[in-house]
Design a protein around this ligand. Structure first.
Ligand code: HMG
Ligand code: MG
Length: 299
């Protein structure tokens, strides 16, 4: 009972690049996003309107976003933590935003300088104003299975956090395994809990980091549960600067290889995507960690 089609939510330009120490030129970021769109990705998370001191790599959001104006067939969501971020995004004409909450108190503090309650209070006016302006809202929930400071996260804690975040009025909820410790049984348990708490499957996405090599197995478990939106990062770039031990996201190429093999449609041209990751790896000065990129670029 696998879906016929999966929507890939590409996060390379945001989750991927936010962790790069050396600032990537805005022109390279813009070309990266254009190439991803040309490879058939229809949702490409472009950047973040966060405090520039917190994520210096994405401090060029005002310069980058207008360079993407020609991409009319591609949704370009951006991260927005608060009303100030929303103002900045709306001023540039963003039509999709994402707020980002946490299932744990420690990560909420480290990532947003807020408790879980305070962060939900910070998001509430952002979500309602965005919705009133017809802007699509995604809610990210981090640390759904494990937290580097607090250890394993009980499923009920993640379910309750998901229910509250979705309850603000998000159109979509992405369940994040920020440090990649989750395994397929935990994915099934979380999805059962979250749908049982009233979040429809059609509004759910999964966001796996591949730190422990579990991302594809976890993705397959989620697809078997009926999820049809999967986050991935071209070339397996990524991490989170505020989460110790968070490494790369599930590589989009590895995901597309599996979905192609299963006969599940994505609309993505694997060759074009690999060429993009090889090109970006050249700019970053090190090879992509994606197994599929490595296998196919050495032919
Ligand atoms: P704070 O220091 O508490 O901010 O940071 P504040 O509200 O006290 O404001 C302090 C100053 O910052 C003020 O300026 C504000 O105007 C300014 P002042 O009056 O002092 O001159 N300010 C801003 N400036 C520009 N843009 C803004 C903004 N907001 C306030 N949006 C804050 C709170 C939320 C801003 C900060 O903690 C922050 O920016 N955090 C972002 C962290 C981040 O981006 N993390 C990575 C993304 S999350 C992730 O990767 C996980 C995910 O992939 C899923 C998964 O894997 O789990 C999504
Ligand atoms: Mg992430």
């Amino acid at each position: 009972n696998l879906p016929a089609r999966v929507r890939i939510h590409e996060v390379g330009p945001r989750d991927g690049l936010q962790n790069e120490k050396t600032v990537v030129p805005t022109g390279v970021k813009a070309e990266f996003i254009h190439r991803l769109a040309a490879a058939g990705l229809r949702t490409v998370e472009a950047t973040s309107f966060v405090h520039p001191r917190w994520v210096p790599q994405l401090a060029d959001a005002e310069d980058l976003f207008p360079r993407l104006a020609g991409l009319t067939d591609t949704a370009l969501p951006v991260l927005v933590p608060n009303e100030k971020g929303l103002e900045r995004a709306l001023a540039l004409g963003a039509r999709r935003i994402a707020v980002f909450g946490s299932a744990t108190e420690t990560f909420a503090k480290r990532n947003l300088n807020r408790t879980v309650d305070e962060s939900l209070a910070m998001f509430a006016p952002v979500v309602s104003r965005a919705r009133a302006e017809g802007v699509h809202v995604r809610g990210y929930l981090s640390m759904c299975f494990g937290d580097p400071w607090e250890g394993p996260v009980p499923v009920d804690q993640a379910v309750e956090a998901a229910r509250r975040l979705y309850g603000l009025g998000c159109d979509e909820l992405s369940l994040g395994d920020t440090i990649g410790t989750g395994t397929p049984g935990q994915v099934r348990a979380l999805l059962t809990g979250v749908t049982g708490a009233g979040v429809p499957l059609s509004a759910l996405g999964v966001h796996f980091h591949d730190t422990y090599g579990q991302a594809l197995a976890n993705t397959l478990a989620a697809l078997e549960c009926g999820v049809t939106t999967v986050d991935a990062s071209a070339g397996g770039l990524g991490g989170c600067p505020y989460a110790r031990s968070a490494t790369g996201n599930l590589a989009t190429e590895d995901l597309v290889w599996m979905l192609d093999g299963l006969g599940i449609e994505t609309g993505v041209d694997l060759g074009g995507l690999i060429a993009t990751s090889v090109w970006l790896a050249g700019r970053l000065g090190r090879p992509s960690p994606s197994r599929t990129v490595r296998a196919l670029s050495h032919k």
